[in-house]
Ligand binder design. Structure first.
Ligand code: KG4
Ligand code: ZN
Length: 353
């Protein structure tokens, strides 16, 4: 069984081919980061145009690298949401057209489910081939935190077919907050890596920013108030002529600490309340070294296991989309190319029971 996965929910045009749920035959990611650096963020129309230019060459490259033709495929999987509408449309319309032209079943994937799959599997090099290794079932139940530019989700995984949503952001995603604060501080795009670099020279205790919803009973997050608090602080520093390299670093470090305190605090509590054996981390913000270190330290202090995929599988990729499609193909959970549309606000739906 070979599935071609397509991912275009934000600013990466990604296509991958996976065989029998374990073998990665190809994994092509064409990033638009350089394009969006010019505007300091993703302009949806610009992203869509780049996806439109890249999608067919990227599909061809993925098939070439896999050493197969379209006739060898058993299905086509595509991200249908959440994400930017203009970006999602390119992937979904391409997948629909290919499914029709090549007469293949079509499978619609929730992007967050994809990120969860990327953490549920490990990737190993075996005799020059990349293989997907499913995690030891002893790792489950696990609580997984998925944090990226578009989502902040906490979920409980009892097994691969039983995933329950615990909470999510009620406003900005964690990565979005990083990107917006970086813009406020003039640190450029993408904001996450820029903030973490600036934070290295800063004092995380210098400014006392709020930790929204840290002690609330639910497992939801909120970052817009924190972002506003940073805005006021930057305005105050600027007014007093105190905004300089050091204070920018101090704001970056204090902001990063506030985000990490909330993410780590709520994830640990979710794991304890659900008797989880493992805490998993995924999404682009998982690239943040301080977040990884802090969550790992607190997880191991509670005698739980900590799992984070390699960075390439934390950020957007199509391997996770093709991988998430295998159980759906087996269960006959197919989409109809005539009616499939995008869903920009799709949340993580509970899977299984
Ligand atoms: O998963 P991803 O590649 O795309 C989305 O699905 O959004 O995540 C991108 C997000 C961006 O907001 C970026 O600023 C953030 O991940 N990010 C980071 C770091 N590296 C990337 N955030 C914090 N620290 C980082 N080192
Ligand atoms: Zn993502």
């Amino acid at each position: 069984m070979k599935i071609l996965g397509i991912e275009t929910s934000c600013d990466e045009t990604a296509v991958a081919v996976i065989e029998d749920s374990t073998k990665i035959l190809s994994n092509v990611v064409s990033s638009q980061i350089d394009l969006h650096k010019e505007t300091g963020g993703v302009v949806p129309e610009v992203a869509a145009r780049a996806h439109t230019e890249k999608i067919i060459p990227v599909v061809e490259k993925a098939l070439d690298e896999a050493g197969i033709g379209s006739a060898d495929l058993d299905a086509i999987a595509v991200t249908r949401g959440p994400g930017l509408v203009t970006s999602l449309l390119v992937g979904v319309q391409t997948a629909k057209a290919l499914a029709y032209a090549w007469e293949k079943p079509l499978i619609a994937i929730n992007h967050i489910e994809g990120h969860i799959y990327a953490t549920l599997f490990g990737v190993e090099d075996q005799e020059g081939e990349q293989k997907i290794i499913m995690r030891d079932p002893d790792s489950l139940p696990a609580v997984i935190l998925t944090v990226s530019g578009g989502h902040t989700e906490l979920a409980l995984i009892k097994n691969a077919g039983d995933i329950k949503r615990l909470g999510s952001t009620i406003d900005d995603a964690a990565g979005e907050a990083f990107d917006k604060v970086a813009q406020l501080l003039g640190l450029g795009y993408p904001g996450g890596p820029a903030i973490s670099r600036a934070a290295e020279a800063g004092d995380p205790g210098k400014f006392d920013f709020p930790r929204p919803k840290l002690d609330s009973d639910d497992f939801d997050f909120s970052f817009s108030g924190l972002k506003t608090a940073v805005l006021y602080k930057v305005q105050e520093l600027r007014k007093n002529d105190e905004l300089n390299e050091q204070t920018i670093s101090d704001v970056a470090a204090s902001f990063q600490k506030a985000v990490i305190d909330v993410l780590v605090g709520k994830t640990i509590r979710a794991a304890e309340e659900n008797n989880a054996k493992t805490i998993m981390l995924s999404g682009g913000v998982a690239a943040n070294k301080s977040l990884r270190e802090e969550l790992k330290a607190q997880t191991t202090a509670k005698n739980m296991k900590f799992i984070v995929p390699p960075i390439d599988f934390c950020t957007d990729n199509a391997v996770m989309i093709a991988a998430a499609a295998f159980p759906k193909l087996e269960n006959g959970d197919l989409a109809d190319w005539k009616v499939l549309g995008v869903d920009t606000t799709l949340t993580l739906v509970d899977l299984g029971n």
